[in-house]
Write a protein that binds this ligand. Structure first.
Ligand SMILES: C[S@@+](CC[C@H](N)C(=O)[O-])C[C@H]1O[C@@H](n2cnc3c(N)ncnc32)[C@H](O)[C@@H]1O
Length: 413
């Protein structure tokens, strides 16, 4: 059955209906006619499911789309565009943003779902215990990106508003990890904005979160910048990191375990172990650290991770996403993280089966990391085209399903 085509016909049938609405019987007729499906194909019944009961695949598909539209709760027509449902708010020629109240499961797997919606519309109604939120919100940029950015002054309210419903469902000792920018400057000044300090204080004072760490994501593949202050006026060093703020609602019971993110031992350490540990005696830091014969001789499963994440932008998933977006004719997301970032925090701060969320999904990397690590996940993204491109990264996942409405993303207007 032409599932992909039918959604648009069902939506159009409702949009064209009189104010009295449309009966399901009339809906079948209208959709069959507009989709060019003849009567016998529309009414043909085949055995479906384990009970092998006879059903019409056409009618089932129409009802499914009808139900989706009802669930979306979007019955409003766009005043000046006959035949269009108010599902999206065009942002640019190529980007569709979910209108207020629209919630559509863009795609899902056995473990999680990416929802095309404003995050507030999803997380406010969610009553599921959340173990971790890893997110990279829009930065407070003076020159906004295509998907929209709050200003420096709006930022604290913006982030607290997005996180509040998530924090309300955070399990005891659950964590929030925020990838924000250190490179926000005061107007026409090389002085950095203090928005990050204000944000940390507000997250503590308003949402009761405790700061566990500020972990620098050191990335030497960042382009040289800040352009004005490092490359033109030469008063700043070129930036190479972004802060990852790690917060929790209960530091005493935080669900972190550094044994889940052990690194491989260095070659030097391996040789030391083989030699049975140190062979010398020494004392450092006025006696605070002592080395004795056999120190570091006990085999351990790995090296403790340092609180610095060193990672370039290059990532196989980013390349795969870009290729898919180009093939589908979609605009590419311009602020992606390598999957290694959410992967690290998901391993460190959760266990298999836990729920991981991201209210600012982009290419759904938090979902991708969770999926690969056997965690459940819910991610929201309000730009249809980004969700559509990201779906291609999940095609091999167990139970992958993509909503037919996502075809709109690559149709252009
Ligand atoms: C910095 S990007 C996230 C990038 C992502 N971590 C990745 O690696 O692809 C922020 C994303 O948040 C989305 N966004 C902004 N406000 C939103 C909202 N209220 N609800 C849902 N998504 C939103 C933007 O469209 C954008 O794709």
């Amino acid at each position: 059955m032409r599932q992909l085509d039918l959604f648009a016909h069902v939506a159009a049938a409702f949009a064209d209906a009189s104010e009295d609405g449309l009966s399901t019987g009339a809906l079948y007729d209208i959709v069959a006619r507009s989709a060019g499906i003849d009567h016998s194909a529309a009414t043909a019944r085949v055995p479906i499911g384990t009970a092998k009961a006879l059903h019409s695949p056409f009618k089932r598909a129409v009802r499914w789309h009808q139900q989706t539209l009802k669930t979306l709760g979007v019955v409003e027509r766009v005043a000046d565009r006959t035949g269009f449902w108010r599902l999206t708010q065009p942002v640019t020629k190529d980007l569709d943003r979910a209108a207020d109240g629209v919630k559509l499961v863009a795609f899902s797997t056995m473990l999680g779902m990416a929802i095309w919606a404003r995050n507030e519309d999803v997380f406010r109604g969610l009553a599921e215990p959340i173990a971790l939120c890893v997110t990279s919100p829009p930065y407070p940029l003076r020159q906004a990106r295509a998907y929209g950015n709050p200003t420096d002054n709006q930022y604290v309210d913006f982030i607290c508003g997005a996180l509040e419903p998530i924090v309300a469902n955070l399990v005891t000792g659950g964590s929030i990890v925020l990838n924000i920018s250190n490179d926000i400057f005061q107007h026409r000044s090389p002085a950095r904005s203090l928005y990050m300090e204000r944000l940390v204080l507000a997250l503590h004072d308003r949402l009761g979160l405790a700061l566990m760490d500020r972990i620098p994501w050191v990335n030497y593949s960042k382009p040289p910048g800040p352009t004005r202050w490092a490359c033109v006026d030469r008063v700043h060093l070129a930036t190479a990191y972004e802060p990852l703020l790690w917060l929790t609602n209960d530091p005493g019971r935080v669900r972190a375990d550094n044994r889940r993110v052990l690194q491989a031992h260095t070659e030097r350490h391996r040789r030391l172990l083989e030699a049975g540990g140190e062979q010398r005696s020494a004392s450092y830091g006025d006696g605070a650290y002592r080395i004795r014969p056999q120190s570091f001789g006990n085999p351990t499963s790995g090296r403790l991770s340092r609180n610095v994440v060193e990672r370039g932008h290059r990532c196989a998933d980013t390349l795969a996403y870009r290729r898919a977006a180009a093939t589908l004719g979609l605009p590419a997301q311009g602020a992606m993280q390598p999957t290694a970032i959410p992967d690290f925090f998901t391993r460190f701060l959760t266990e298999p089966g836990d729920l991981v969320v991201d209210p600012f999904g982009g290419t759904i990397r938090t979902g991708l990391a969770a999926e690969r690590l056997g965690r459940r996940w819910i991610v929201t993204e309000w730009i249809l085209q980004y969700a559509r491109g990201a779906a291609e990264l999940f095609r091999q996942s167990d139970g992958f399903l993509m909503h037919p409405a996502l075809q709109w993303a690559s149709q252009g207007r």
